[in-house]
Design a protein around this ligand. Structure first.
Ligand SMILES: Cc1ncc(COP(=O)(O)O)c(C=O)c1O
Length: 394
């Protein structure tokens, strides 16, 4: 995203704000598709950034929806539910009933436990609407089911005329840089799908897999994405499984299209240390792998002070916590109140995962850059105090 657009966005929406560039997003999706085996489907995990969902919708095969709120967002935007995969560790009976009643037949639900399986089955029978299921295999945490649990419900699910078991869903973590780990996972999944065929005579039609493709966030990261995707694709192409493969991705799709702008509002100097306070903070900026601002994310000044001597600045947010440090010892050629810092690669998890209600500061505005370069503010700067104010009866 060029700085002229970022400056326009700051003028339109004020700071702090998020800017998401749909052109970058579209190019990113084309790039990922070009590097993955032909026929691989892409599912966008909305949790990464719900503000992108309408822009992304035409370019992905599925939306992975993990909460009633995410479901409501997709419905408010009028997005066709035939692309939804209703995922998430806990779906309430009320939510499932309402979703099944409202939605078309044949929606896809992940099954996270035996209890959730019974609930889905009961809802299908109450409404008479058939459901498609993806049985979520656990990767050893609280999500999904063990092989034994799946073995316990599979025969019953296969015999149920209203349930169709599409296949298996598997997600084992994010920001996974080691191809060795992906290799092990893919081999295990392949062997497991063979085992289901040999034991139950069940051939999975599809595998929905979250490989946690990583993003380079910090200066000096030497992760080679091109090589990683080539090796990963080779592993996928080598699978014995020949059904439909869908990759559930969040950060690898969304991170690169986002920039977070925050303005310097104050500065101080102690013991030769230069400190700048900005109007944003760590509640709005989440870089996976960042710890006490030890690493330098990709950040630049929108209006550099040309010719000023380079000095190291530590950038602090406006929260009342000593942890609110955005970058330590950032070399800059001058910095002054009013200057705007642009943090790059902030399209995934910043707007959704930050502890944005902490200290009741406003939620930042969100600006979308459309493909023709025009700007659209899709969320105004939003006060948080109404959400954090206790309400008493009169
Ligand atoms: C089930 C599931 N699928 C996909 C994702 C997306 O992961 P990533 O952003 O690493 O691609 C997540 C993230 O938590 C997830 O929980």
């Amino acid at each position: 995203m060029n700085d002229a657009i970022l400056k326009q966005a700051a003028a339109l929406a004020g700071t702090p704000c998020y800017i998401f560039d749909t052109g970058v997003l579209k190019d990113r999706l084309s790039y990922l598709r070009s590097r993955l085996p032909e026929g691989t489907q892409l599912a966008y995990a909305i949790k990464a950034n719900a503000f992108l969902v309408r822009e992304i919708f035409p370019y992905v095969d599925r939306l992975e929806i993990c909460s009633p709120g995410e479901h409501a967002i997709c419905r408010h935007l009028g997005l066709d539910s035939s692309k939804y995969v209703m995922s998430g560790v806990y779906k309430t009976p009320e939510i499932i009933r309402a979703q099944i009643a409202e939605g078309p037949a044949d929606e896809i639900y992940t099954v996270e436990s035996e209890t959730q399986y019974r609930l889905l089955s009961d809802c299908a029978h109450e409404t008479g609407k058939p459901l498609k299921l993806l049985l979520r295999l656990t990767s050893g945490n609280q999500f999904g089911m063990t092989r034994e649990t799946i073995a316990g419900i599979l025969p019953e699910a296969l015999a149920d005329p209203l349930l169709h078991v599409n296949g298996i869903q598997y997600f084992s973590g994010t920001q996974k840089t080691q191809i060795k780990r992906l290799k092990r996972e893919i081999e295990e999944l392949d062997a497991y799908l063979d085992e289901l065929r040999d034991t139950f005579g069940y051939t999975a039609e599809e595998l929905e897999y979250g490989p946690g493709l990583p993003v380079s966030y910090f200066e000096g990261d030497n992760f080679d994405e091109e090589a990683h995707l080539a090796a990963f694709s080779e592993l996928l192409s080598g699978m014995r499984f020949d059904g439909l493969l869908t990759l559930e991705l969040g950060r690898a799709i969304a991170a690169s299209c986002g920039t977070y702008l925050t303005r310097v509002v104050d500065q101080k100097e102690w013991d030769g240390q230069k400190m700048a306070i900005v109007d944003g903070g760590i509640h709005q900026l989440t870089y996976y792998g960042q710890f006490m601002a030890m690493k330098h994310p990709k950040v630049h000044l929108l209006t550099p002070h040309a010719g000023a001597p380079a000095q190291e600045w530590t950038i602090y947010g406006s929260l009342c916590t000593v942890n609110d440090i955005l970058v330590k010892r950032l070399p800059l050629e001058g910095l002054a109140p009013g200057d705007i810092l642009a943090f790059e690669n902030t399209g995934a998890y910043c707007v959704t995962e930050g502890i944005s209600l902490f200290l009741s500061r406003d939620l930042p505005a969100v600006v979308i850059v459309r493909e023709d370069g025009s700007l659209l503010c899709v969320r105004e700067d939003t006060p948080a105090d109404p959400l954090n104010t206790p309400h008493y009866p009169e």
